[in-house]
Ligand binder design. Structure first.
Ligand SMILES: [Zn+2]
Length: 208
């Protein structure tokens, strides 16, 4: 009681529910993984963002701008999966992947012998990666996990439809490659301490 420290934080008067302004709250990072005292791994410089992080930030800004440009503007807390679906369709106009229509002679051909007038779209893989980044960014910027529109089942269904239709139109099968060898995952996994993050750290990818 007596040794209570009270800090005054000069945050100013931040009123919640302001009109359309996306306030970015610092997210408390769950630090539940222990750092292993390894001598040979220097810490990465904290100032430089990784490529993924800077791309994620760019995507998040783009999406925020998109919501602001709606009429009326959509406040982030009211954003739902329909806005996300509209956003994905909106992005198609900037796409660079030729997706043949059903009437096109080249439908289903991976390497068409000539040009056609079919539209360019965003490739499924790009959209899939984008949604992954935005899903993470949403929660890092104060969004609640249970409200995360990027994690909605409707988004998953949409992405699957895009993948399947593009696979047919472009003649590219998105099949999972069969695993040739099984690494000894079970042995490694049985020796962990109930930490899902720790198990993946034990695996080493073999690129041969
Ligand atoms: Zn075509």
């Amino acid at each position: 009681m007596s040794s209570e420290k009270i800090r005054e934080i000069g945050e100013g008067s931040s009123s919640s529910g302001g009109g359309g302004v996306i306030t970015i709250a610092p997210s408390p990072s769950p630090d539940n993984h222990r750092r292993q005292p390894s001598s040979s791994s220097p810490a990465p410089p904290p100032q430089q963002l990784s490529r993924y992080e800077s791309q994620k930030r760019r995507d998040w800004n783009t999406f925020g701008q998109y919501l602001k440009n709606q009429r009326p503007p959509v406040p982030l807390p009211q954003c739902n999966y329909n806005h996300v679906l509209d956003f994905l369709r909106y992005l198609d106009q900037f796409g660079k992947t030729k997706v043949h229509l059903h009437g096109c002679l080249f439908f289903g051909q991976p390497e068409p012998p000539g040009p056609c007038t079919c539209p360019l779209r965003q490739a499924w893989g790009s959209l899939d990666a984008l949604i992954g980044r935005l899903r993470a960014a949403y929660e890092e910027n104060g969004g609640l996990q249970e409200n995360n529109p990027f994690a909605s089942g409707a988004i998953r269904v949409y992405l699957r439809e895009v993948r399947d239709s593009q696979a047919k139109a472009r003649g590219i099968p998105y099949k999972k490659k069969k695993k040739k060898k099984r690494p000894n995952l079970q042995i490694m996994a049985s020796n962990n301490n109930n930490d899902a993050g720790a198990t993946s750290a034990n695996f080493q990818l073999q690129s041969s």
